[in-house]
Design a protein around this ligand. Structure first.
Ligand code: VGL
Ligand code: ZN
Length: 207
């Protein structure tokens, strides 16, 4: 058994005050920092959009944030401009300890398709390389935490389980966008039904 900690999208734009703020998103950073020394492998993802990304309402006027459009054949929620490549909003939040991170995978780089999962875009058209990287390292068990529970965390966990990894979701180390107030709890139930094991960070400290 070889374990990896997967840190999903711990970026400025998802923090309070950011462009796509996840309520209480800042509260998971201390947990991320405390967990990292308990894992031999730490892998981070970044939402990493070009400025012309098709998920931004501003690029699809007169659409409003929260509307759903058809983007290259897939339903696409309209988001505020967020996590634009090489901007401060896309940087890891400065409180995050990045010294343990072994690899970073960026997603959402194609303007015509969004990528909630750290493994594949929303149409499973292209992979980010994360799955093959984990296989190459011999990693069998993936522990997932971060933002947002109801989007990027959920789809990363569902893909991890589909790819055959023993997949754990660290529930207290995630926060939801909650466009609908029950989205976070629904996401947990969906992951559990798919075979993701729900754990708490306190169970995982070995160092
Ligand atoms: C995310 C919406 C749009 C996320 C990224 O990281 O959960 N959500 N882009
Ligand atoms: Zn995004």
């Amino acid at each position: 058994m070889k374990k990896a900690l997967l840190l999903i999208d711990l970026q400025n734009d998802f923090m309070p005050g950011g462009a796509l703020a996840v309520p209480q998103g800042n509260e998971v950073i201390a947990i991320a920092n405390r967990l990292q020394p308990s894992f031999d492998w730490v892998i981070a993802t970044q939402d990493w959009h070009p400025a012309n990304h098709g998920s931004f309402a501003a690029n699809n006027l007169p659409q409003n944030i929260g509307d759903v459009i058809n983007l290259d054949g897939l339903p696409q929620i309209m988001w505020p401009i967020h996590c634009v490549q090489n901007t401060n909003g896309a940087n890891f939040t400065s409180d995050l300890d990045t010294t343990h991170i072994n690899a970073v995978f960026q997603k959402g780089t194609d303007p015509n398709i969004d990528s909630y999962s750290g493994f594949f875009d929303n149409g499973k058209r292209k992979s980010t390389g994360l799955g093959n990287f984990l296989l190459q390292q011999g990693i069998t068990d993936v522990y997932i935490m971060g933002l947002a529970l109801d989007y990027c965390v959920k789809f990363s966990a569902l893909d991890a389980v589909t790819l055959g990894f023993n997949t754990y979701l660290i529930a207290d180390a995630c926060r939801a966008v909650n466009l609908q107030p029950t989205d976070g709890t629904k996401a947990l139930a969906e992951m559990e039904a798919a075979g993701v094991k729900i754990v708490q960070s306190a169970e995982l400290y070995v160092k």
